[in-house]
Every structure is written in structure tokens, then in C-alpha cells.
Design a protein around this ligand. Structure first.
Ligand code: AMP
Ligand code: ZN
Length: 463
């Protein structure tokens, strides 16, 4: 079965669902802005895990949260306002409108990336009562304390703190986070479960501790347990989520129910740009819409690029790498389109299939799978239709839309290429009557010319 690198076990371990289906909770987007393509890499990892199980007949019940409220980062901005509130100010819309808009943008982007829809996308703002209930439970069980309307998790009450990230209480030095300025904390590692709103906060909720809003981590404890109960199989996120987000989530969930809740934790490594983590704050990010504006109109080429690295290796994104991936994707699609019409060759592809499944189950070894795809495309001992069918089958995992009808590749006669050049020359000289005459000649030879940002492209004339 599928084995994955479990951050908690610090090893690649087999991941077996406890029940009939694999229950998986994935940390989702904060919806005060567009996702960047680094975020998409983390969401893709969850999709690949899911597809690996589904490829082998296991149903996956995936839930992904939408963070539309709360302490959206563990550091407040300089002005002491959270990011959603700043977006409200900048965009002149309500928080609800902003959240709805960017939630839809997230769904569009993930769909363009062929990331399958989760069963449910719970919104944090719909789970305030569950978060309040969790806080109450933690207070009752002695894992939390309240000071002036703010509720803190008492890390000293939870000896397992640090098990996931290695940041045990002894190791955490004073000053590891900005909140150290908060003198109400008993221990510097204690974190906010519920925050007193103060006079300037726009979005607040009533609670037994007065008006406030939830801490960042409590939403994932509340929503994951609302979805799956007190235990589930797998929790995913990006590597920056390990600490403090997931460390704190473990403390909250286990503190509330008194036993282990998540069986396996899997984290994706960051996408880098110019050698640094791609991030909004670092100004080194791309969104899918930026790539499109630069003429990179096929998002699945980025998906292919990501597959060339394993999910837990950091990878540096470059536009050159993306261009190369576009060519590879186009080539594979064309081969399949050309081969699919051939009669089945009856060749055995069992050995290839075995290697594919082994690589997939070996902690999603997608670089090995990419090499395998190249090997298959060049293996003339296997019938062409059999190769096409095999690659399309693997596409259930890869999600590259390899079967897309890109049309058969047609040899363009030298004569047509020459005429295209003549037409370009005439157009540069603004001699449009000659250009048009040449275009008709090209048409009479059965081709038409499409003017693309990369220059003129010949294609067989539409009938
Ligand atoms: P956010 O919307 O900022 O909460 O981020 C959504 C997800 O993207 C989180 O799980 C992060 O861990 C992940 N993430 C953020 N930056 C990157 C990056 N550069 N590469 C990969 N994943 C990232
Ligand atoms: Zn989360």
C-alpha cells in the first residue's frame, strides 16, 4: 500500500486507513487574497496522496478548511490588524464578500490544476461555536487559562508538546515569536486559543469570555474533529505548518479528548523562487493569472514541473523550467493522440505497471514516474496503442490530462513553411495585399495560419 513520510514518525511508513475509507484533513487557503503557485504545490501534494489511494481502489474522504476568519497568522501586522481586516480596508468590500471572492478563485485555481474537489470545504466562520466549546473543554481539563478575555493554551500542562516539530518546551528559547511581548502568558510557548477583541477589531464574536475572535490553530482542531470525530487517518499541510500550527493543533485536540487524534502527518516542502520560499511578503511569487499573462496558458505544465520533484524536496521555480515542462506535456499529448487510433498491439505492460505502482507507493516517487513515462514513450517494443492506453491509465494519478485531444501532428510541407515566411515578411513591410495573397496560397495547400504570441503556427485547414 501507499507509504508516506510521516513527520511525527520521522520515517516513511505505510498509511493504512483505520476504516473503509481514508479520512484526510488538509489545511486549506486563507481567503483574503489569491493563492500563489507555492500554495498550489502543497494542495497538489494532498491531491496526489488522494489519487494514489484511489488508483488502488481506496475511497478517500478529504476535507479542506477555508480560513476566512481569525488570527490568520501567528504574527499580527505592525498595525495590529489582521490580514482580512486590512483587505476589507484596501478593497472596500465586506469580509464576507472578500472571503467569497477568494474562495471561488481558490476553487477555480485548483480546478485548473486538476486538483480534485474535496468532499467538503468547511469555513472557519461557520465553526465558531465548536471552537468556543473546545476552549471551554480545555479550560475545564486544566489545559488552558483566561486572562482579561483572552484564553491561552497552557503548554506546561501538555508534556507531549514538541513531539511533532521537535520544539519541546526546554528547547524553545524566550523570544522565539513576537507574541513574547504578551506578559499575561505563563510560559512563552503558550499560545492564544481565543483573543479578546479590543476596541479596534471589526470582526468579532460573542463568547463566554467576552467579544473576541479565535486563535489561528483552534479552527483546524474544531473543523477536523467536526468532520471526522476524535480520530482520523491523515493530516496534510505545507512544511511551515509543522510549527507552530500543527504542533498547537495536536496540543489542543489531544488536550481536549485525552488521546491521539491524527494517525499520520504529511507535509510538503516549499516551492522556492529565486532561492527563497515563495511568499506574498517576499514579493517573489507568481499566481496562475501572472503566468497566464506571460503567455504560460497551460496550468497543467506547472503540475508536470512539480511532479519532476518529490513533494518533500524543496524545488526552485523558474519560468525556463516551466517552458520545458510545457514542451514535454505537449509532446506526450501529441504522441498519445497519434497512437490512440492504432490497433491494440496486445503487448504486455505488466512490468511497467508494477514499476509505476511501486514508485507511487514509495512515498510518491513522482520523479521516478516521470522517468518511467519517458521510458514508455520511447519503448518501440510495446505497441503504440498499448503505450497510449497505459499512459492514459497512469494519468488517473498524474492528472495531466494526457488524453486531451490536441489533434494529430501533421507534417507541414516545406512549401507551406516557406510561404509562411513570405507572408511574415510582407506583413512586416505592411504589404497586406501580398500577405493576403500568400495566405490564400497556403489555404489552397490545405493549411491555415494562426498568429500566436510565439509567432505564426500552421495547422491543417478546418473543413
Ligand atoms: P495560506 O493560504 O498562506 O495559509 O497557505 C496555504 C498553504 O500553502 C499552507 O498549507 C502553507 O503551508 C502552504 N504554503 C505557503 N507557502 C508555500 C510555498 N512557498 N510552497 C509550498 N507551500 C506553501
Ligand atoms: Zn490548519
Amino acid at each position: 500500500m501507499v507509504a508516506l513520510y510521516d513527520t511525527l514518525a520521522r520515517a516513511v511508513v505505510p498509511v493504512d486507513p483505520a476504516g473503509d475509507t481514508l479520512t484526510m484533513y488538509s489545511c486549506g487557503p486563507t481567503v483574503y487574497r489569491y493563492a500563489h503557485i507555492g500554495n498550489l504545490r502543497t494542495f497538489l501534494m494532498a491531491d496526489l496522496i488522494r489519487r494514489a489511494f484511489e488508483y488502488q481502489g481506496v475511497t478517500v474522504h478529504q476535507v479542506q478548511n477555508i480560513t476566512d476568519v481569525g488570527h490568520m497568522t501567528d504574527e499580527l501586522t505592525d498595525s495590529g490588524r489582521d490580514r482580512m481586516e486590512l483587505a476589507v480596508q484596501d478593497e472596500g468590500k465586506s469580509a464576507q464578500e472578500i472571503a467569497d471572492y477568494y474562495t471561488q478563485a481558490f476553487l477555480d485555481d485548483t480546478a485548473a490544476f486538476n486538483i480534485q474537489r474535496a468532499v467538503d470545504y468547511p469555513k472557519a466562520s461557520d465553526y465558531i461555536p465548536q471552537m468556543i466549546e473546545l476552549n471551554a473543554k480545555l479550560l475545564e481539563r486544566g489545559h488552558a487559562y483566561e486572562v482579561g478575555g483572552t484564553v491561552y493554551f497552557d503548554t506546561a500542562s501538555f508534556p507531549a508538546y514538541g513531539r511533532l516539530s521537535g520544539n519541546t518546551l526546554e528547547q524553545l528559547q524566550t523570544g522565539h515569536r513576537k507574541e513574547i511581548g504578551d506578559t499575561n502568558k505563563r510560559h512563552h510557548a503558550d499560545f492564544v486559543l481565543w483573543m479578546n477583541a479590543g476596541p479596534h477589531r471589526l470582526i468579532t464574536f460573542d463568547s463566554p469570555w467576552g467579544k473576541g475572535y479565535p486563535g489561528w490553530h483552534i479552527e483546524c482542531s474544531a473543523m477536523s474533529m467536526a468532520a471526522f470525530g476524535e480520530s482520523f487517518d491523515l493530516h496534510t499541510g505545507g512544511e511551515d505548518n509543522v510549527f507552530p500550527h500543527h504542533e498547537d493543533e495536536i496540543a489542543q485536540s489531544e488536550g481536549a479528548v485525552g488521546h491521539q487524534v491524527v494517525a499520520h502527518w504529511v507535509h510538503g516542502a516549499h516551492l522556492l523562487s529565486e532561492g527563497r520560499k515563495m511568499a506574498k511578503s517576499a514579493q517573489n511569487f507568481y499566481e496562475l493569472r501572472d503566468l497566464k499573462e506571460r503567455g504560460h496558458t497551460e496550468p497543467l505544465a506547472a503540475r508536470l514541473l512539480y511532479l519532476q520533484s518529490r513533494y518533500r524536496a524543496q524545488m526552485n521555480f523558474t519560468l525556463d523550467g516551466l517552458t520545458a515542462a510545457e514542451r514535454t506535456l505537449d509532446r506526450w499529448r501529441r504522441l498519445i493522440a497519434n497512437w490512440a487510433g492504432d490497433p491494440q498491439g496486445g503487448s504486455s505492460v505488466d512490468a511497467y505497471e508494477k514499476r509505476f505502482v511501486e514508485a507511487m507507493n514509495d512515498d510518491l516517487d513522482t520523479p521516478a514516474i516521470m522517468a518511467l513515462v519517458s521510458e514508455v514513450t520511447g519503448d518501440d517494443k510495446v505497441g503504440r496503442a498499448d503505450r497510449a492506453a497505459l499512459l492514459q491509465r497512469w494519468d488517473r494519478f498524474l492528472g495531466l490530462d494526457l488524453g486531451r485531444d490536441v489533434g494529430k501532428t501533421v507534417e507541414v510541407p516545406a512549401m507551406v513553411l516557406e510561404l509562411i515566411e513570405q507572408r511574415e515578411k510582407a506583413r512586416t513591410k505592411k504589404d497586406y495585399s501580398t500577405a493576403d495573397r500568400v495566405r490564400h496560397k497556403i489555404l489552397s495547400l490545405g493549411f491555415e495560419v494562426e498568429d500566436t504570441p510565439d509567432g505564426p503556427k500552421p495547422r491543417p485547414r478546418a473543413r
